[in-house]
Each structure stands twice: as C-alpha cells, then as structure tokens.
Design a protein around this ligand. Structure first.
Ligand SMILES: C[S@@+](CC[C@H](N)C(=O)[O-])C[C@H]1O[C@@H](n2cnc3c(N)ncnc32)[C@H](O)[C@@H]1O
Length: 333
C-alpha cells in the first residue's frame, strides 16, 4: 500500500481514508474507540451490473465500485466484522445494511465476533427490481447489533416524544420505532452518485437514535460518503474508508463544501413531556387506584396498550413505569 493511501484527508475534525477498511482499521483505529458504526458493504452480487436493473442515467454514477467475489464473501465478512467489533466501544452500536444473497455470512460473522443482535430491521424501499416469474424484491436487511459490556446509546425521544399521537390517537413514536422502515430512495437528479447510495432519511434515523453530538461515527465502506455527510450534518465526528480511488476523489469534494451541523435546522423538534411523577416510587394507595382504573378501562373494550397510554396521562408516569407497576401488582394478587 502506498504511503499516500495511508494519510487521511482531514475535514471538519473527521478522517477520510482512501484505503482498504480492514488494514485501514488495523492501522488507524484504536480498540474501543468508536461509538457507532453504520455501514453498507458490497453485496457480493456483481455490483457493476446494477445498471441493468435501474432506470437512471448511468453517466451520473461514479465509476470504480469495488465488488467482492461471492467465493470470498464469507472470509471477507469475518475479516472486516472482526475489526469492527474491535474498534467499537463496549455498548457501541453497529448497523450493517445487507442484501439477501450473502446475509447468512454477515449474520454469522456478527454473532461469532461477539456482536449481539438488538433488532433485525427490514428497510422497504420504493424501487423493486423488475421480475415476471417471482415476487419483486423490494427490501434490504439492516442488522442492528451492540458490542456487549457497556451502556448502549438509544435516544428514544430523539425524533418523536413518547406521548406524541397521530390523528387517530396512536403513538407516532411507536410507529417510528417499528422494525420495518419504509423509506424511499433519494433521487438526486443531475448529481454524481455512488451505486447503491443510501438515503439521508435512513441514515439520519440511525444516527439520531444511536449517537449523540460529538460521538465518533465510522463507516467501513463509504461509497457515496452518505454516512459521512449525515454525521457531519448532525455534528458527529467521523472516520471512514473507501478503497476505490475514483469514488474517493469524486465524493470527497462534496464533503469539503459541508457546514457541520447543517442538518439541525431541517430536523423536526420532538415534543417531550416529562411526567410529573416520573422517578417517584409507587405507594400502596396509588397501586390500588392504578389496578381499579386498569380493570375499568379494559372492561370498556380498549386494548391493553391503549389502556396503558391513558394511564400514563392519568398517573403522570412513563409507559414502562405503568407496565411494570401493573405487572408487579397483578403478580402479587
Ligand atoms: C454498497 S457501497 C456503499 C454505499 C454507501 N453506503 C453509500 O450510501 O453510498 C460499498 C462500497 O465499498 C467499497 N469497497 C469495496 N471493498 C472495500 C474495502 N475492502 N474497503 C473499503 N471500501 C471498499 C466499494 O467501492 C463501494 O463504494
């Protein structure tokens, strides 16, 4: 590897390496130093033929995408995931975007390298690959895991307050945290892009829930530098790798023009209401009242979930606090 490849471009307190992520991580990243990894490795399905499926102007897709041969995919997955597990801090999170073909290798490597699965998210997108003799494939897998041994960042109200409801009275926080995400591909007419560029909306969601300002976010396979763009836009620090020189040279230009924190003005402000009784212990009289109100509301035909939402308001406590108290009272009976 040339020495030129080993020196990063440093922009906005963030480090960009035009080199292989496995040796790059070994050479440049300390153990337990990264708060969050969001990454989207090549899928091992001959990425350079993607243009056969998509209706877009291929002149605007930057050349140089580096694929991994299917026969090497298992070994390759173990190698980069071993590095990812090493550099993550205990409690740090990793999101890996994967297609179906080589999913089993990625899942096994994550597990064998000690990363614990928290959620298996399905990202449903809006451009199925056209087929006639089978169903249309219109989703990717996103494996959300943590490195055990520390406190995981999960900002439950970073996008919607727990008590925010839609016009039907249902929790929008709940819908946002379901593990099937419908997020359209981002169209960037006239802009130079990478093959498979992830939409900002998808990346914002992962970064808002799983990191804080000033955290170090890493992408092992930068491609179109989409994770970097969003990380800088949310005032996170960033480090990333991209092996292809042509992609790196093209996409780094966009990073130069960014203003750190540029995304904040476009973010929705969640309505976060702190319950007056939050954190207070339950006295026997309140427990009694809770149980009789719970039974009364259930009898009126409401679902258990809706009842707990109503009780949150009446007892000025959080959802889980109500659930836990009810379970304890009912178990004691
Ligand atoms: C699926 S794309 C990433 C797309 C990216 N998430 C985006 O939104 O644009 C995978 C990228 O990994 C790069 N790549 C392949 N092998 C690599 C390696 N060993 N180290 C670093 N990058 C690599 C490819 O050139 C490609 O740009």
């Amino acid at each position: 590897m040339s020495s030129k490849k080993n020196s990063p471009r440093i922009l906005h307190d963030s480090f960009f390496y035009n080199e292989d992520c496995i040796t790059g991580a070994l050479n440049h990243l300390d153990d337990n130093s990264v708060d969050l990894i969001v990454t989207d490795p090549p899928y091992g399905i001959n990425g350079n033929n993607h243009h056969l499926h998509y209706n877009r102007n291929e002149k605007l897709v930057v050349d140089g995408y580096i694929e991994i041969p299917g026969s090497e995919y298992e070994k390759f997955s173990y190698e980069w995931i071993r590095e990812a597990a090493r550099v993550l801090r205990p409690g740090g999170s990793i999101y890996v975007v994967s297609g179906y073909t080589n999913l089993s290798y990625v899942l096994r490597a994550l597990q064998d390298e000690g990363l614990k699965e928290i959620n298996h998210i399905i990202w449903k997108f809006n451009f199925g690959v056209y087929t006639r003799k089978k169903y249309v494939s219109s989703h990717y897998h996103i494996l959300f895991c943590e490195k055990p041994g520390g406190v995981r960042t999960f900002n439950v109200e970073s996008r919607f307050g727990l008590k925010e409801a839609n016009e039907n009275g249902r929790s929008i926080n709940y819908f946002d945290r379901e593990d099937v995400w419908t997020i359209p591909r981002q169209y960037k007419p006239g802009k130079i892009k990478n093959q498979n560029e992830l939409p900002d909306e998808l990346l914002k969601k992962m970064l808002q829930y799983s990191s804080n300002e000033g955290d170090l976010v890493c992408d092992f396979f930068m491609g179109g530098f989409s994770t970097a763009r969003v990380a800088i836009g949310l005032n996170r620090k960033f480090v990333g790798f991209e092996l292809s020189s042509s992609i790196f040279q093209e996409k780094i230009k966009e990073i130069e023009t960014l203003e750190p924190g540029y995304l904040f003005s476009k973010l929705r402000t969640p309505i976060v209401k702190k319950s007056i009784n939050q954190g207070k212990s339950w006295d026997p009289e309140e427990c009694q009242k809770l149980l009789s109100r719970y039974n009364e509301l259930l009898k009126s035909g409401k679902t258990k979930k809706d009842v707990v939402v109503i009780l949150q308001d009446e007892f000025q406590r959080g959802y889980w606090s109500i659930e836990k108290a009810l379970k304890k009272i009912i178990d004691l009976q």
